[in-house]
Design a protein around this ligand. Structure first.
Ligand code: ZN
Length: 211
């Protein structure tokens, strides 16, 4: 067991106490446990290869973000005789048709939120590697990421719209462009990157910095 300064009792965590947590059912297990005795899930002290997997998925999402924004998202036959629309041209089209609130929603969900999530993931991964920030700052950062995560529903909303549009496309009115598939891939890979990230690594990094 590690030795701690007198004012750092609150740093003692599960691994110091010989315990680890089942992430599936939240049962506290002994350190030598490999499978949770309650639900049978594999139990690890920290998510395995969390940083490497999270980086790989985040960079994949960042690369896919480019075609998602530059390539045509959909072709709507009633707009300009079937001109393919990217996210930006679609937003401008909505504004031109007086649908400003929907244009704002689409712009926020398709451009701003995915970008903030990507930047947030990169920031967190850098913080783990270089724990230079103060403890409370990392804590605030994690809360911001969790807060942004709540807005993932907007991405799902957009995807639902796209699925609908693809089906309408079979009727010959709207067809999904390759940008739509790139955008769906951005959403999925960003979600997977966040799932692979183990937030406890932030606290581990801060602990190493403090002691
Ligand atoms: Zn369990």
């Amino acid at each position: 067991m590690k030795t701690y300064p007198a004012d750092a009792q609150h740093w003692i965590n599960g691994s110091d106490a010989g315990l680890k947590l089942c992430l599936d059912c939240h049962k506290v297990c002994a350190e030598q446990t490999e499978r949770c005795p309650r639900c049978g899930a594999r139990v690890h002290q920290r998510r395995q290869n969390s940083i490497a997997r999270s980086w790989a998925l985040t960079l994949t999402a960042a690369l896919l973000y480019i075609p998602a924004n530059l390539l045509p998202m959909m072709t709507v036959s009633k707009f300009e005789e079937g001109q393919p629309q990217t996210i930006f041209s679609g937003v401008i089209e909505l504004v031109n048709h007086g649908m400003v609130p929907i244009a704002l929603l689409v712009f926020t969900a398709s451009v701003v939120v995915p970008l903030l999530k990507l930047l947030g993931m990169v920031w967190l991964l850098i913080c783990v590697r270089f724990p230079g920030a103060a403890m409370h700052r990392q804590q605030t950062l994690y809360r911001v990421i969790v807060w942004i995560g709540r807005w993932s529903m907007l991405d799902i909303f957009i995807i639902s719209l796209l699925v609908g549009l693809v089906q309408f496309g079979q009727l010959g009115t709207v067809t999904a462009g390759i940008g739509a598939y790139a955008f769906a891939s951005v959403v999925v890979t960003t979600m997977l990157a966040a799932m692979q990230f183990d937030p406890r690594l932030l606290w581990d990094a801060a602990e190493v910095k403090k002691l």
